[in-house]
Design a protein around this ligand. Structure first.
Ligand code: G3I
Length: 339
């Protein structure tokens, strides 16, 4: 029984999913499904600083270690998510940033890059070095995210420092800048694409060592339209910079879709196929990872904006709650086969 990774491999690509160490430990059906479908995995939250450094200088990588061990046992690659993010930080960090001097502030950011990348050098081949740096809705002309402790403490050059530190720490790793809300044909997404491209112009112009852009790919087709042309143009611009591309957190929020799950599954599958056909048409697109693998454990089912008010599960991932393949699975397989 071919998994999605075998379909991806036919066009020299990879398919994977975000996983939780607890699920790999406790749900043998889920664990078997990941082993069958994926050849790359990423930690859903176990490598975020709030999880790994609850106290300054006191690290707990046990969850991430379990995921990396699983990946190695199954001959899979692993992504690292995320070294510098405005969210999921431990409570001690922001006060420490505020009271530190310039150089000490930088060190408060780069120390985590150092520790995490050294620990997994040779086992994590690509890192989300900076995640979600832009947010045009917060009013800055350059569209940079203002509610980021890093932006407030260090200004935009926190990104330069993060990538230079990452390059020096593990020269073999592929370094990603990742963001969301880049996929749809909406004013919101258009503003975000523009802000990201302007940021990339500045960073690459300053010689910042960014290898790749991760487009998270959280689609919400019942709230915003998808237009192949806009997204294809965006990908062409990115790959025109010589950057590699990945869809790093693919899933589809089906809230607002037709009441019949079967009908919704078919619609979700067709939007996914259209999105992936455009994504995989660009030779720079190297891998697609879903943010989870089974509807049983999707974050969409408990996130205020996406969860169903009646408590039914979101159906935005390729496997249903019993690890069975859905039309979305077929759509992903077909998109890889056509690539
Ligand atoms: O495991 C602990 C548990 O021990 C504790 O009792 C419980 C209550 O605090 O928290 C549990 O950790 C939670 C973790 O998910 C595992 O379920 C954290 O509170 C919760 O904040 C965390 O949420 C994650 C969220 O990022 C914030 O880190 C979601 O799983 C994860 O799906 C979500 O993923 C993000 C990407 O990193 C970035 N892109 C958007 C995406 C979706 O929001």
């Amino acid at each position: 029984r071919y998994g999605l990774a075998q379909h991806a491999r036919r066009s020299g690509r990879h398919f994977g999913a975000a996983v939780k160490s607890r699920l790999l430990r406790e749900d043998t059906g889920f664990r078997a499904a990941v082993a069958r479908e994926c050849d790359v995995v990423v930690q859903e939250y176990e490598l975020k600083r709030g999880t790994t450094e609850p106290k300054q200088g006191k690290y707990d990588f046990s969850g991430a270690d379990q995921i990396i061990d699983f990946a190695q046992d199954h001959g899979m690659r692993a992504r690292g998510h995320a070294l510098v993010w405005y969210a999921a930080n431990p409570p001690w960090l922001e006060p420490a940033l505020k009271s530190a001097s310039g150089r000490e502030r930088q060190r408060l950011m780069t120390s985590y890059i150092d520790v995490a990348m050294r620990r997994y050098a040779g086992r994590i081949s690509e890192w989300d070095v900076v995640n979600e740096a832009i947010e045009p809705n917060q009013g800055r002309a350059d569209g940079m995210r203002m509610d980021s402790m890093w932006m407030k403490a260090l200004g935009e050059h926190y990104i330069d420092t993060a990538f230079h530190t990452a390059r020096e720490t593990d020269g073999r790793a592929t370094l990603f800048l990742t963001d969301f809300g880049l996929e749809h044909d909406s004013p919101r997404c258009e503003r975000r694409r523009t802000a990201l491209l302007k940021l990339l112009d500045r960073l690459l112009g300053r010689g910042v060592p960014i290898d790749a852009v991760g487009i998270q790919g959280h689609l919400k087709p019942y709230k915003e339209r998808f237009s192949e042309r806009q997204f294809a143009d965006f990908l062409r611009t990115l790959s025109g910079y010589g950057l590699k591309l990945s869809i790093t957190e693919f899933d589809i929020a089906d809230r607002g879709g037709p009441p019949s799950p079967e009908k919704r599954d078919r619609e979700v599958a067709s939007i996914a196929k259209a999105f992936l056909d455009v994504s995989l048409d660009n030779p720079a697109m190297g891998s697609v990872l879903c943010w989870g693998l089974s509807d049983r454990y999707s974050w969409l089912s408990n996130f205020p904006e996406y969860k169903w008010p009646d408590g039914q599960l979101s159906r935005g991932l390729p496997l249903d709650a019993r690890m069975g393949r859905k039309p979305l699975w077929d759509a992903i397989a077909a998109a890889f086969d056509a690539a």
